[in-house]
Write a protein that binds this ligand. Structure first.
Ligand SMILES: [Zn+2]
Ligand SMILES: [Zn+2]
Length: 230
């Protein structure tokens, strides 16, 4: 699988059953999430396919500190020099490269099984330094403004990102859209996870991208609201 256009200015990069999103604006490139380990080549190929060079990747924003989202971060930074961003609660995970915090599988048989198979909190990664903490309510001065929304539950340091000029929400693992819109594989705190799902459904956007599964490019806000029961 190769890079796929999502909306104007946003490309999806498959990084091993996890999604990276490349935001392209004239003054540079921003990557949201760094996939599983050893997936950095997919990012460099995507950048070159856009007629750019890896040193034009200026920002690497990590939605949370799980191994399938920060796995290739160290390798990407080494090649590009990109500035890194992560919520303070998860910065120790990136700094040490693991171990990670345990999760309880989300309700339902499929997630009970997949969470145990796919998530290993004892995994070890190459550590990556974080340049800037992601603070709830702040707007990053990147690509015309990216809002940071703290959405714990699946992971204590998880954030969602709202790129207002593209009207696209990056929902990370607050939801997953693998066999239809639904819960992520697991939660550290189910109650917080439900609150975060509700919080995202209250935002205004047209498109939504997830850490796993298909993006929704039309009526995304309506679909999220319906799923949470609004
Ligand atoms: Zn996760
Ligand atoms: Zn994930």
């Amino acid at each position: 699988m190769t890079m796929k256009r999502v909306i104007d200015g946003v490309h999806l990069i498959p990084m091993g059953n996890a999604n990276g999103y490349l935001i392209e604006v004239p003054d540079g490139l921003t990557l949201i999430d760094a996939g599983f380990p050893n997936r950095e080549a997919a990012v460099f190929a995507a950048i070159r396919a856009l007629g750019r060079t890896p040193d034009q990747l200026k920002h690497l924003i990590l939605t949370h500190g799980h191994p399938d989202h920060i796995g290739s971060a160290a390798a990407i930074v080494r090649e590009t020099g990109a500035r890194t961003y992560l919520h303070p609660f998860d910065i120790p995970l990136a700094k040490t490269g693991g171990p990670f915090r345990p999760m309880t599988p989300a309700p339902g048989l499929l997630r009970q099984v997949l969470c145990r198979v796919l998530y290993d909190h004892n995994e070890r990664l190459m550590p990556v330094a974080i340049d800037e903490p992601l603070i709830d309510g702040k707007t990053l001065p990147i690509a015309g403004g990216i809002d940071v929304i703290h959405v714990p539950g699946h992971c204590a340091g998880q954030v969602a990102l709202l790129w207002r000029s593209g009207r696209m929400l990056f929902a990370a693992d607050v939801f997953m859209n693998v066999t239809g819109l639904g819960d992520p594989l697991g939660f550290e705190d189910l109650k917080e996870g439900r609150e975060s799902q509700s919080k995202l459904a209250d935002l205004s956007f047209d498109a939504v991208g997830f850490g796993h599964g298909k993006t929704i490019t039309h009526d995304a806000m309506t679909r999220l609201r319906r799923w949470v029961g609004k």
